[in-house]
Write a protein that binds this ligand. Structure first.
Ligand SMILES: Cc1ncc(COP(=O)(O)O)c(C=O)c1O
Length: 390
């Protein structure tokens, strides 16, 4: 049976009623026959049948032992960090999602956890950053917004040899394209807000663990700290996952066309997309993933914030918004939006140029998206003297 058929049929038919869609168990508690004698559920923070079905589906998608669902991607990341204790160290990807950076530095460093940031696409740099206190390696691949690719299997070997945990934030790739647990990671996290949900209509996070033991630890923190996913959002997420394979396939196809178009455009300087043979890690991306994803970043020849802002405010179908992974195309200007809190020099050094624009390529007809980009380039080309102050 193919994984797609398996996924669709792993979403159970309700035994009691025959309902083909997963029922939303909108309840806080469950009636017990006698103290401690119940039907497997006692209180809905601890367990809820709708959330439980979702958790089984995501565990299966990532080929892990246990799935655990949270009220946001950051809550999922937070639960993983709770495996650590004061004095432990993390080696993390330097191009990390800003919210994770804020959580690591502003919350966990306060509790005595040290984080070292390295370019994880350089395996030697990862190896050199490990100390006897390193307990966790934290990876995103591809990264945001410059889409750097790191070698998951090689980093897994370093983690194993150093006896530390290895967690991959698989938000950008989704399990359809990349399965880090199969490549040796111990834990996968997702901002399920993005591709898993897929419709820009919920905030959610999931953790999937390779082993049941690690899953039990995370589940303990899910219940003890309480950032659970609601039954309705669990339902929405299941509904999103039902079409994940189909959506991701089309996101990739549309993004590839757009990246190739941008690469040949005279107003574009650099294009960042792992599916282009010009991408420095194209071969690695091809080897460890089944596709290159729906995110494309590019810089303009006119490398100014003004030029980028003129671009992002003149598109028709690409809507200006943070977030990604939904059916509607979005675009953002990281220097003034997602990466605004990073000092300019540090941001530029990380490759996030003043004019860098990130596209989350949606599921519209690709010809319409290309036409939208073309009309935007035409407009900014006309505006160019005003934009550059000439
Ligand atoms: C790679 C990545 N990880 C985690 C998160 C955090 O997820 P959420 O916004 O669902 O809390 C995001 C959000 O943008 C993200 O892009």
């Amino acid at each position: 049976m193919s994984t797609i058929t398996q996924l669709i049929h792993s979403i159970p038919v309700d035994e009691q009623t025959g309902a083909i869609a997963v029922p939303i168990y909108q309840t806080s508690t469950f009636v017990q026959e006698a103290p401690g004698v119940n039907k497997g559920y006692d209180y809905a923070r601890t367990n809820n049948p709708t959330r439980e079905i979702l958790e089984k589906i995501v565990a299966q998608l990532e080929e892990g032992a246990t799935g655990i669902a949270f009220s946001s991607g950051l809550a999922a990341i937070d639960a993983v960090l709770k495996l650590l204790k004061s004095g432990d160290e993390i080696v993390a990807v330097d191009d990390i999602y800003g919210g994770a950076f804020r959580l690591f530095t502003k919350v966990y460093e306060k509790f005595g956890i040290k984080v070292t940031y390295v370019d994880t696409s350089d395996i030697q740099a990862v190896f050199n950053a490990i100390t006897p206190a390193t307990r966790l390696i934290w990876l995103e691949t591809p990264t945001n917004p410059t889409l750097k690719i790191s070698d998951i299997a090689a980093i897994a070997r370093i983690a194993k040899a150093s006896k530390c945990l290895f967690c991959v934030d698989n938000t950008f790739a989704s399990p359809v394209l990349q399965q880090p647990l199969e490549l040796g990671a111990d834990i996968v996290v997702h901002s399920a807000t993005k591709y898993l949900g897929g419709h820009s209509d919920l905030i959610a996070g999931v953790v999937v663990t390779k082993t049941a033991e690690l899953g039990a630890e995370i589940r303990f923190y899910q219940n003890a700290c309480g950032a659970i996913l609601s039954p309705f959002d669990s339902f929405l997420l299941i509904r999103g996952i039902e079409t994940l394979h189909l959506r991701v396939r089309q996101h990739c196809a549309n993004a590839q066309q757009i990246a190739e178009y941008l690469e040949n455009h005279p107003l574009v300087d650099k294009v960042y997309y792992p599916g282009l043979s010009s991408h420095p890690n194209h071969l690695l991306a091809k080897q460890q993933a089944k596709g290159f994803g729906g995110i494309v970043s590019f810089t303009l020849k006119e490398d100014t914030e003004e030029a980028a802002k003129a671009f992002v405010t003149n598109t028709r179908y690409f809507k200006l918004a943070e977030s990604l992974g939904g059916i509607k195309s979005l675009l953002c200007h990281p220097a003034s939006m997602t990466h605004k809190s990073i000092p300019d020099e540090k941001r530029r050094a990380a490759g996030v140029a003043d004019s860098l624009i990130r596209l989350s390529v949606g599921l519209e007809e690709p010809a319409d998206l290309l036409e939208d980009l073309q009309q935007t380039f035409n407009k900014i080309d006309q505006l160019q003297p005003a934009v550059s102050g000439l």
